[in-house]
Design a protein around this ligand. Structure first.
Ligand SMILES: Nc1ncnc2c1ncn2[C@@H]1O[C@H](COP(=O)(O)OP(=O)(O)OP(=O)(O)O)[C@@H](O)[C@H]1O
Ligand SMILES: [Mg+2]
Length: 297
C-alpha cells in the first residue's frame, strides 16, 4: 500500500532548478536513505512533502489518516514542562482515548442493555488500541528512550526551558520516536548525538516497524539502517533497491557507460571531420564537375 505519492514534481529557487519532473512513491515499512551531494535539494524535498513549501508544479498525496513525524528545528516545547512531561505528550492521543473510554463507563450506569452492549464494543476497540500502543507501559517506554538518547543523564525532572538548543533537539527527537508515526522523517538526526546514542538510534531504526526517510551524511550509520536508496542528482530522484555499497557500484558502472558512449561519439565526430578535411579538395572538385556536367547536360 502506498503511503505517499509524489507525481511530476518540479521546483526551483529563482533561476536555480532543483527538481525536474520527479515522481516518488513510499510504501508501508520502507526504510529509505535519501542521499545526494550538498545543495542537491534533500531538505527541500522534505519541506515539500511535509507541506512547508509549495512546489512550482506537481502533486503530493498522502494516504488517509497517516501519522507523519518530522523533526523540525522550530517545533516548540511548553517551557514549564519537565523533560518527562514533554516526552509523555507523545502519547497524548492515547490519553484522549482513555478519557473517551472512561466516559463510556460513566454512561453505562443509566444505559439500556442494548446500549451497554454497543458501548462495551467501543470500549473493547479502545482497549486494544491502548494495549497495542504501549499505553500501560508508557513510563518504562519513556525511561528506556530517555536513557537511549542520553536524556536520563540530564535528568528527566529538569524543566525544558533550562536546556540548551542541542538538548532540546534531543527531547524533540526522543518524543518523535516515542510517537511511532507511520512515517518518520529525519534530516541529519545524528548531528547532536554522541557515539553511544547513535548506536542506540541505529538499533531503534533497524527494528522500526513503520516507514522512515533518513537524510544523513554519516554513511556507516545510514548504510546499516536503510533497505532502499533514493539518490538525488541532476534534478532527478532515482530509486535503488539495494545496499549502499551496491548502489555505489551501479552508479560507477553507469557513469563509465555514459563516459564511454560520450568518448565514442566524440571519436566519430573527429573521424568525420578528418574525413571531410582530407577529402575536401576532391569533394569540391567533384561538386564542381557535377554542376558543370549539369550545366552541360
Ligand atoms: N528558501 C530558499 N530560497 C532560496 N534558495 C534555497 C532555499 N532553500 C534552499 N535553497 C537552495 O536550494 C538548494 C538545495 O537546498 P537544500 O537545503 O534542499 O539542499 P540539501 O540537499 O539539503 O543540502 P545539504 O546536504 O547541504 O543539507 C541549495 O542551493 C540552497 O541554497
Ligand atoms: Mg539539507
Amino acid at each position: 500500500m502506498s503511503i505517499l505519492n509524489v507525481e511530476h514534481l518540479s521546483h526551483g529557487f529563482g533561476d536555480r532548478a532543483i527538481f525536474d519532473d520527479v515522481s516518488f512513491r513510499l510504501l508501508k515499512g520502507e526504510h529509505i536513505g535519501l542521499i545526494g551531494a550538498n545543495g542537491e535539494g534533500k531538505s527541500t524535498f522534505m519541506n515539500i512533502i511535509t507541506g512547508k513549501l509549495e512546489p512550482d508544479a506537481g502533486k503530493v498525496e498522502w494516504s488517509k489518516r497517516v501519522r507523519v513525524g518530522y523533526l523540525d528545528q522550530h517545533s516548540v516545547l511548553e517551557p514549564t514542562d519537565t523533560i518527562r512531561d514533554a516526552l509523555k505528550k507523545a502519547f497524548s492521543y492515547l490519553f484522549d482515548l482513555e478519557q473517551e473510554m472512561n466516559e463510556y463507563y460513566m454512561k453505562m450506569g443509566d444505559a439500556s442493555e442494548d446500549e451497554v452492549t454497543a458501548m462495551l464494543e467501543e470500549v473493547g476497540t479502545i482497549q486494544d488500541i491502548l494495549e497495542h500502543n504501549d499505553f500501560y507501559i508508557i513510563d518504562s517506554k519513556v525511561e528506556e528512550a530517555a536513557r537511549g538518547l542520553g536524556l536520563a543523564d540530564i535528568g528527566l525532572d529538569r524543566k525544558v526551558d533550562e536546556l540548551s538548543g542541542g538538548q532540546r533537539t534531543k527531547v524533540l527527537l526522543t518524543k518523535l520516536l516515542l510517537e511511532k508515526p507511520d512515517i518518520l522523517l529525519l534530516d541529519e538526526p545524528t548531528n547532536y548525538l554522541d557515539a553511544e546514542h547513535i548506536a542506540w538510534l541505529k538499533r531503534y531504526l533497524t527494528e522500526y516497524e513503520n516507514a522512515f526517510i533518513l537524510i544523513s551524511h554519516d554513511i556507516p550509520f545510514l548504510t546499516e539502517v536503510i533497505n532502499l536508496i533514493y539518490n538525488m542528482e541532476n534534478l532527478k530522484l532515482d530509486r535503488y533497491s539495494c545496499s549502499y555499497d551496491e548502489f555505489l557500484k551501479i552508479r560507477e558502472a553507469r557513469k563509465q557507460q555514459i563516459e564511454a558512449a560520450y568518448k565514442r561519439q566524440q571519436q566519430e565526430i573527429a573521424d568525420l571531420k578528418d574525413f571531410v578535411a582530407r577529402n575536401k579538395a576532391r569533394i569540391s572538385t567533384r561538386n564542381m564537375a557535377m554542376s558543370r556536367q549539369k550545366k552541360i547536360g
